[in-house]
Design a protein around this ligand. Structure first.
Ligand SMILES: [Zn+2]
Ligand SMILES: [Zn+2]
Length: 610
C-alpha cells in the first residue's frame, strides 16, 4: 500500500513540475527580448462579456438561440408585463398606488438577479465571465472580434505581435477585491508567458478604479510596470454614481420630471409624449413609485456591488457608506479599503512617476454629463465621468463656459517640466497645469466617453505610446498635441470619399470640378491626420456633401418638419397644472385634451389610409 502511495506521490510531483514548467514556458516569438513591452488592456464597464447560465451550468439562450448577456441586467418583457399589468390597471382605475411600486421592485430584482451580490459582496447570480487567459495570438476569431470591437488596437498587434497584447476581462458588477487580485495574477502570468520582466497596462474608464486598487493593494506591482496609458480613467469615480449612492436623483423633483429631465436624455417630442402619458397618474403616486424603485435599485442591488462602489467619488463615499452599509460590515470593510486606494490614487501615481514608470493619460472634455443626478453640472466632463476624476484633479470651466479672459495658469503640479509651458486649452476651458501630469495628459474636446474608442486619433496615440518610445510628452509630436478634438471619420472613409472619388469630373463645370477636388483633398488630409479641432469633421463632411448634392451625385437630405404636438401639449399642461396628473385636473380640461389627441390620431390615420 505504502508503495502505491509513494508511487502516486512521485507521479503527482512529476506531473505538477511538468505543468509548472509548461506554464512557465515563454510563448512569444521574441522570447522576451524585444523593445516592445506586452500591453494589457483593463477595459471599462460593460466591456467584458458575462453570460447568464441555467441551473445546469449551460448557457441561457434567447428566442434566437443567442446567449444572454448579464450586462447591465436581463429584462424579460413577458414576465415584466405579467407582473405589472394588474397593478397598473388597478392603480389607473383607483388613481392610488395599488401594488405598482411592489410590482416594479420585483421587476428590478428579477432583472438584476443575475448580478446580485450577497452581504459579503460576492456574486450570487448564475453567470460566466468570458475570460481570455492568454494573449490575443491564442484567441479564436470570435474572441479577437470581441476584443478589437471594444478597443481597436489592431495596429499595435501588427507592430508588436498579437502575442504582446492581452485583454483582462472581468465582471463589471463583480467583487472589487477579487477582481484586483485576479488582475495582479494576470500581470504575473503575462510576464511569464511573454518572457518580458515588465508590462504596459491600459486602464480604461472603470479600469482606472481597478488600477487605483492594484497600486494600493499590491504596491510591489509598480516594479512590473513599464508604462501606464490611462484612457478616460475613473480615478475618482463618477459624480453620476456618487449621486446614485446618495440618492441625489434629479427626477425626484417632479417639476423637473415634467419639464426638462427627459428632454436631456432623448428626442424632445418623444420626451414630451412620455410626460403627457405619465399624467395618467397623480404626481404623488408617480413620485412614490419612482422613490420605491430607486430605493430598491440602490439599497438592494447597488449597495452590495463592491466594483460599483469603486465608481463612487471620495467626496460622496463617507455619507453614502454610512447610510447604505451600516448593517453590512463585511461589504463596508472592502469598500473602505477601496476608498483608501481612491484617496491615495494621485499619490500612488506620483510614486509610479518617481520610480521611472512612464504614465500617460488620455481624457475627453466639454461634453455634458448625463443628467441623472443633481451633480451633473458640478464639473466639466465627458458624458459619463467628470473631468477632475479622469484628468487627475484638473481645474476647468463648466461645459459651455470658459475660465475667463483674466484667468492665469495656476501651475500647481510639480510635474510640469517648464513653467513657461502654455497648458490652457485653446478654447479657454481647461487649465492642464492643475492636473497631476500636465506634460503627459492629452485632452480631446467635445469627445463623448462612450465614443472614445471610435476616435481614431486616440487609438493611434495609444498605439504609438504602447509600441514606440518616440512620444515622451505632449510636446513630442505635432500629430498628437495636448489639446485635440472629437472625431470619428468612418463616414468620411467609407462613404463620402469613395463617392467623391468615383465622380467623372470631365462632365462637370470647371468651377464644380475645382470645388470637388478641393473638398476631397481636405477630407483626405483630415482622414490621414490625427490632429483636429472639435467640429472640424462636420465642416469637412458638409462641404463635401454640398458639392456632391450640387453635381447631382447625392440627393439632398430633406429635413422633415418635426412634429411638435406633444411638445406644445406637455408645456401647456406644465404651465397650467404643474406636475399634476389628469385626474387632478378639471373635467373640461381632460375633455379638451382627449378631443385634440383624438383629432390628431384621426387625421394621422387619414393620412396613412388616404
Ligand atoms: Zn517582446
Ligand atoms: Zn508643462
Amino acid at each position: 500500500m505504502k508503495k502505491v502511495i509513494s508511487l502516486v506521490l512521485v507521479f503527482a510531483l512529476a506531473f505538477s513540475m511538468l505543468s509548472v514548467s509548461a506554464s512557465a514556458a515563454v510563448k512569444t516569438e521574441c522570447n522576451g527580448d524585444c523593445d516592445i513591452c506586452p500591453a494589457i488592456v483593463v477595459p471599462g464597464i460593460g466591456q467584458s462579456n458575462v453570460w447568464a447560465l441555467d441551473e445546469n451550468g449551460d448557457y441561457l439562450l434567447d428566442g434566437d438561440g443567442e446567449r444572454i448577456s448579464c450586462f447591465p441586467a436581463i429584462f424579460n418583457v413577458g414576465s415584466i408585463v405579467a407582473k405589472v399589468l394588474v397593478p397598473v390597471l388597478l392603480t389607473l382605475i383607483t388613481q392610488r398606488d395599488m401594488g405598482l411600486s411592489n410590482a416594479l421592485r420585483s421587476v428590478v430584482l428579477d432583472a438584476f438577479e443575475v448580478n446580485l451580490c450577497d452581504e459579503k459582496g460576492k456574486n450570487t447570480g448564475n453567470h460566466e465571465v468570458e475570460k481570455y487567459l492568454y494573449s490575443v495570438a491564442e484567441c479564436s476569431e470570435y474572441e479577437k472580434e470581441q476584443i478589437y470591437d471594444n478597443i481597436p488596437l489592431q495596429a499595435f498587434a501588427e507592430k508588436a505581435g498579437e502575442d504582446h497584447l492581452y485583454y483582462f476581462a472581468y465582471n463589471s458588477f463583480g467583487n472589487n477585491y477579487d477582481t484586483v487580485a485576479e488582475l495582479y495574477d494576470f500581470i504575473q502570468m503575462v510576464k511569464e508567458e511573454t518572457g518580458h520582466d515588465k508590462v504596459n497596462i491600459v486602464p480604461i474608464s472603470m479600469g482606472g478604479s481597478l488600477a487605483n486598487a492594484l497600486l494600493d493593494y499590491y504596491p510591489d506591482v509598480m516594479d512590473d510596470l513599464n508604462k501606464v496609458v490611462y484612457i478616460v480613467p475613473a480615478l475618482n469615480g463618477s459624480t453620476i454614481v456618487g449621486d446614485l449612492y446618495t440618492k441625489n436623483f434629479a427626477f425626484f423633483d417632479t417639476e423637473f420630471l415634467y419639464n426638462g429631465f427627459l428632454e436631456a436624455l432623448m428626442d424632445e417630442e418623444d420626451a414630451r409624449m412620455i410626460e403627457v402619458i405619465a399624467r395618467i397618474l397623480p404626481d404623488q403616486v408617480l413620485s412614490n413609485v419612482l422613490h420605491n424603485v430607486a430605493d430598491c435599485l440602490v439599497e438592494d442591488v447597488a449597495a452590495n456591488i463592491t466594483s460599483l462602489w469603486g465608481l463612487c467619488p471620495k467626496e460622496y463615499y463617507p455619507e453614502a457608506s454610512a447610510a447604505l452599509l451600516a448593517d453590512k460590515p463585511e461589504i463596508k470593510k472592502q469598500t473602505d479599503m477601496y476608498y483608501q486606494a481612491q484617496v491615495d490614487s494621485l499619490e500612488n501615481i506620483q510614486t509610479l512617476v518617481d520610480k521611472g514608470v512612464e504614465v500617460f493619460n488620455i481624457v475627453d472634455y466639454d461634453f455634458p454629463l448625463y443628467l441623472i443626478g443633481n451633480s451633473w453640472n458640478d464639473d466639466n466632463g465627458d458624458g459619463v465621468i467628470h473631468l477632475s476624476s479622469t484628468a487627475m484633479g484638473v481645474h476647468s470651466a463648466l461645459v459651455g463656459e470658459t475660465l475667463g479672459e483674466d484667468y492665469r495658469q495656476a501651475n500647481t503640479s510639480v510635474n510640469c517640466s517648464d513653467k513657461s509651458h502654455n497648458h490652457i486649452s485653446p478654447d479657454g476651458v481647461v487649465d492642464a497645469s492643475t492636473g497631476l501630469l500636465p506634460d503627459h495628459t492629452f485632452y480631446f474636446d467635445g469627445q463623448a466617453h462612450e465614443q472614445t474608442a471610435r476616435n481614431d486619433a486616440i487609438i493611434s496615440l495609444a498605439t504609438r505610446l504602447l509600441s514606440t518610445d518616440d512620444i515622451k510628452d505632449v510636446y513630442s509630436s505635432e500629430d498628437y498635441p495636448q489639446f485635440n478634438g472629437r472625431r470619428d471619420p468612418r463616414d468620411l472613409k467609407n462613404h463620402y470619399i469613395p463617392q467623391a472619388k468615383a465622380v467623372d469630373t470631365s462632365a462637370l463645370s470647371a468651377e464644380d470640378a475645382a470645388e470637388l477636388r478641393e473638398a476631397l483633398a481636405e477630407a483626405e488630409a483630415f482622414v490621414n491626420s490625427t490632429a483636429c479641432y472639435d467640429g472640424q469633421q462636420e465642416e469637412i463632411e458638409e462641404r463635401l456633401d454640398a458639392i456632391l448634392v450640387k453635381i447631382g451625385v447625392k440627393e439632398a437630405e430633406v429635413e422633415e418638419e418635426p412634429s411638435t404636438f406633444f411638445t406644445k401639449l406637455s408645456l401647456w399642461l406644465f404651465d397650467n397644472y404643474g406636475a399634476n396628473g389628469f385626474s387632478e385636473m378639471p373635467y373640461l380640461t381632460i375633455l379638451k385634451i382627449y378631443t385634440s389627441i383624438y383629432k390628431t390620431v384621426n387625421s394621422f390615420i387619414g393620412l396613412l389610409v388616404g
